[in-house]
Design a binder for this molecule. Structure first.
Ligand code: PMP
Length: 345
């Protein structure tokens, strides 16, 4: 890895971050808070939330097996994605390299930040070609975007290929593991000590069934997390979200049950879809969704919509001609989907 200072934008490296009132006062007992211009009434929501979400990180550290100092929390993973650009990529000068197809926000945030986005196609079977990715990097490439299991293809990439990129690329490698809870492979967040250029993304929006609270996680070296904390909005994760996430973390048996149910539903639904006359190919999946190539994606998409069933039409996405992306639902929802698809003519 190149020295961190070389990878970080100069204005960010030199930034004096905002200092919150509660940052300055810490650790001693107090009961009269007259430091932050809050209204004393309407407690407890009258108070600013903990800017570094320490209680939440303590609990998360145990569940994720990552020390609190290696955790950043944001307003969805989307905040962490945007921060990666703002920290590392000089607009109009630097570039990033990503796979195609993949999650759309990496490209949208590149456009918003005026940073060149180099989309490098996966192989036809959606596997990853490390050489092709590396061949598209140059001295201005600051970030490599990987998503594993990948959205919308569903497959996880081979660990050796990702490790090769972490070792051979001198910049930052982001591995978005939003869907890794549905995959047996060892998650990369457990290997932060081996890869100083690694940033792993996780989210409460998938297995944790909490998309509404907007809570995303980034795991990285303490130095990189320090940069995230300096650049983020001071109170980026609101109090209601912190409270609700703490509650979810106390309910692990429930979350584990969801995982079991969804994996078992996935195991039933895929072969059933594969048998339908409309199915040309089902791509292997390690996520809570799957990509299927059908006879006529456009027509089937609208047929399902007419029956109140919404799936994602990905047929205009690179390498995904005539493909629908379908999320695993409850057993009842999956049966409704199958019933409708069986009646399609
Ligand atoms: N990463 C991937 C790969 C995703 O598919 C999604 C949502 N579809 C996200 C991140 C967004 O996560 P969040 O809700 O935490 O912003």
């Amino acid at each position: 890895m190149r020295p961190l200072q070389e990878l970080v934008r100069t204005n960010i490296w030199n930034l004096t971050p905002y200092s919150c009132a509660r940052d300055e006062f810490k650790g001693r007992a107090a009961s009269v808070f007259l430091d932050a211009n809050e209204n004393p009434y309407n407690g407890p929501l009258n108070r600013y939330p903990d800017p570094l979400q320490e209680a939440l990180k303590e609990k998360l550290a145990v569940v994720k097996n990552v020390a609190p100092g290696h955790i950043f929390l944001g307003n969805g993973s989307d905040e962490a994605i945007d921060l990666v650009y703002r920290i590392f990529c000089e607009p109009k000068e630097d570039n990033v390299v990503a796979i195609a197809p993949t999650y759309g926000m990496y490209g949208v945030c590149a456009d918003i930040n005026n940073v060149e986005y180099r989309a490098v196609p996966l192989n036809d079977d959606f596997t990853l070609d490390a050489d092709r990715l590396l061949a598209n990097t140059d001295e201005h490439t600051k970030v490599l975007w990987l998503c594993s299991p990948n959205n919308p293809t569903g497959n996880a990439f081979r660990r050796e290929t990702i490790e090769r990129l972490l070792n051979d690329f001198g910049g930052i490698v982001v591995v978005d593991e939003a869907y890794s809870d549905f995959c047996d492979a060892r998650p990369f967040r457990l290997d932060l000590d081996r890869f100083p250029n690694l940033i792993v993304l996780n989210t409460f929006s998938k297995l944790w069934a909490s998309a509404a609270i907007r809570l995303g996680m980034a795991f990285a070296s303490e130095d990189i997390i320090g940069l995230f904390n300096r650049v983020k909005y001071p109170y980026n994760v609101n109090q209601l979200t912190q409270q609700q996430a703490l509650k979810m973390l106390d309910d692990l048996p429930h979350v584990n049950q969801w995982r079991k149910t969804l994996l078992s539903e996935r195991a039933h639904l895929l072969p059933a879809v594969a048998e339908l006359p409309i199915c040309k190919k089902i791509f292997p999946t390690d996520a809570n969704f799957f990509l299927v190539r059908v006879t006529d994606a456009e027509s089937i998409y609208h047929y399902l919509i007419d029956r109140g069933i919404v799936v994602r039409n990905r047929s205009r996405v690179q390498l995904c001609g005539n493909c629908l992306r379908i999320t695993i639902g409850t057993p009842q929802e999956n049966n409704i989907l199958l019933g409708a698809l069986r009646q399609y003519r």
